[in-house]
Design a protein around this ligand. Structure first.
Ligand code: GDP
Ligand code: IMO
Ligand code: MG
Length: 420
């Protein structure tokens, strides 16, 4: 049986904290897509950790953590992260498994990412520049190197072939970057990668499921950044939605049980692209300040706005969400008035659907106001202690979206979560 935790907005919903919270209920935690563009924050014994490649269950000693085949893996980031995790007494050689199908991010992928963004000028995607798009292009273009190829005697010649191909593309972009120091680090990290557990993920995970083991699939990014259903072209390059669990891990849709969607009580986006409820005013600044809304991977300030229920209902539909986990509710503690977006005004036409043309149409949000709760909720432990105004806010979301909020997260700490 596989349960899923994934983001319902534009990423950074607090998935890392939530996966860390639920991990004790599972035997295996597995990342199924994305790469080091992810930055999942969690607190271990009060110390902040940000994970980019390793699943967020790693700090639970007796759990297996898998990097699935749908992931793109930067060996340099992985090595760095393994060192950081080992400093907490975690034995990655015991707890971390990597699928042989996982595609490798090579140094020229990062250079290509930069070159591509530069060439787009004003219309750049706002990529994290971690090489994600180029790495997935090599996967679908059937050129990629995979972790299972590492021990192949032709690996180095295959790498050189790929680098030459990339060099031609970089020349076309007139992009020059000396990657020799990246390459040294890359090859050093590959030697480290060879010492880790590389598995056939699909057999491993299905055998474990047959034995009755419980798997938690951890999404990266958010559903509105999905390559097919997000705000294309301002998206990432993988399927971030629940369907990605099947292709990323090799499990059948019939094995998927709960799909737990994580949404902030408001909304953020980092990078370019449409964001109908964005607040480019003092209120947006307030949300950014109180919510410490700065990217965990790039440090960029996150764009902030009110919760967008049109988008949330859409992503619940696409994912089959049966439980919503509402994070960062405490960030709204001091607001007198809250707004939620209940429809889009698309060039004068009111709609409750996310339009295909979302990246091109002029969209104004139709907002409904709610009274704020004006209470410090960060120490609340039980549902009955939540303020009435928060319950009203949540009830409205439940009814609109058609999926229930089952947990409210009221702080970044492991214990700051209230089951409803
Ligand atoms: P992820 O990418 O979805 O894992 O989210 P990030 O780690 O990028 O960003 C979420 C940020 O919010 C992190 O700094 C978390 O520590 C923090 N956070 C998570 N849940 C809560 C919450 O309920 N309240 C507050 N105030 N912060 C939270
Ligand atoms: P987590 O897992 C927020 C955004 C980038 C950019 C777009 C494409 O921490 O929620 P890419 O690097 O994939 O080429 O960038 O997607 N993006 C994220 N935004 N959280 C993330 O991950 C993101 N990963 C990518 O800012 O707009
Ligand atoms: Mg993040």
């Amino acid at each position: 049986m596989v349960d899923v935790i994934l983001g319902l907005q534009w990423g950074d919903e607090g998935k890392g904290k939530i996966v860390d919270y639920f991990a004790p209920n599972y035997d295996i935690v597995a990342r199924f897509q994305g790469g080091p563009n992810a930055g999942h924050t969690l607190y271990v014994e009060g110390k902040k950790m940000v994970l980019h490649q390793i699943p967020s269950g790693i700090f639970h000693q007796n759990k297996i953590n898998i990097i699935g085949g749908g992931v793109v893996l930067d060996p340099v980031t992985l090595k760095r992260e393994c060192d950081a995790v080992a400093a907490h007494g975690i034995d990655v050689r015991k707890n971390l498994f990597i699928s042989e199908r996982t595609n490798i991010i090579v140094p020229t992928h990062r250079a290509l990412d930069k070159a591509s963004e530069l060439s787009k000028g004003e219309s750049k995607i706002g990529s994290t520049l971690k090489g994600i798009g180029p790495a997935y292009m090599d996967k679908t273009g059937r050129n990629a190197l995979r972790v299972g190829d590492l021990l192949d005697k032709n690996f180095t010649s295959q790498y050189i072939k790929l680098r030459l191909k990339h060099q031609k593309l970089l020349d076309n972009f007139h992009f020059i970057e000396d990657i020799s120091s990246w390459e040294d680090e890359f090859f050093e990290a590959l030697e480290f990668l060879k010492t880790l557990n590389v598995i056939n993920c699909e057999y491993f995970i299905n055998n474990e499921i047959t034995k009755g083991k419980k798997v938690l699939a951890e999404g990266a990014q958010g559903s509105m950044l999905d390559i097919d259903f997000g705000t294309f072209p301002f998206v990432t390059s993988s399927n971030t939605i629940s369907a990605g669990v099947c292709t990323g891990l090799g499990v059948s849709p019939k094995k998927i049980n709960d799909v737990m969607g994580v949404s902030k009580a408001y909304c953020t986006r980092v990078g370019s692209g449409p964001f109908p409820t964005e607040l480019e005013d003092a209120t947006g600044e307030e949300l950014r300040k109180i919510g410490s809304e700065f990217g965990a991977t790039t440090g960029r300030p996150r764009r902030c706005g009110w919760i967008d229920l049109v988008a949330l209902k859409y992503t619940c539909m696409i994912n089959g969400v049966n439980k919503i986990i509402m994070t960062k509710a405490d960030v709204l503690d001091s607001f007198n008035q809250l707004e939620v977006c209940t429809a889009y005004d698309v060039n004068g036409t009111i709609s409750e659907e996310v339009p295909y043309q979302i990246s091109r149409a002029k969209i104004s949000p139709v907002l409904k106001s709610f009274k704020g709760w004006n209470t410090d909720t960060s120490q609340i432990k039980t549902a009955d202690a939540l303020p009435t105004e928060m319950n009203t806010y949540i009830d409205f979301i439940n009814n609109y979206v058609g999926a229930p909020v089952k947990f409210v997260s009221n702080g970044p700490g492991r214990d700051q979560i209230v089951p409803l």
